[in-house]
Design a protein around this ligand. Structure first.
Ligand SMILES: [Zn+2]
Length: 130
């Protein structure tokens, strides 16, 4: 069995997964954006209860930092998912972006947006990239 090349049905399955993931991420990012706007609007209208104890402010700051971190992660994933869909369209999907070898079917099935083979991914992580 050839484990370095995707079959057509595997490719279709991954494409569907990527499309689904993209939609989900777009929805999440949209929700975060609406949330942020709501808070900003409430703050500018002075609608928030009590100007807030330092503790409340710290809490809401922590909450917004978590939200920002989640949004940043969602956004990074969205970029990766879109790039994977583009590579599918131009036929380079499944090739390692670093060495040009096959990323490997098992790896793609586990992580459809993977851009590197395991060897190059480990090297990239050692260099501090993801
Ligand atoms: Zn590689």
């Amino acid at each position: 069995m050839n484990t370095t090349t995707l079959t057509d049905s595997q490719r279709e399955q991954l494409r569907a997964q990527l499309e689904q993931r993209k939609e989900l991420l777009l929805q999440e990012l949209d929700a975060v954006q609406r949330d942020t706007l709501d808070v900003a609007a409430a703050a500018s209208q002075g609608d928030l209860d009590e100007p807030g104890s330092p503790r409340d402010q710290a809490n809401s700051m922590a909450a917004s930092m978590v939200r920002d971190a989640e949004a940043a992660r969602d956004h990074a994933e969205l970029v990766a998912v879109r790039a994977a869909l583009e590579r599918m369209a131009d036929g380079s999907y499944g090739e390692c972006t670093d060495c040009g070898q096959s990323v490997g079917v098992a790896r793609l099935l586990a992580q459809p947006s993977a851009v590197r083979c395991i060897a190059c991914q480990s090297k990239a992580e050692a260099r501090g990239h993801r």
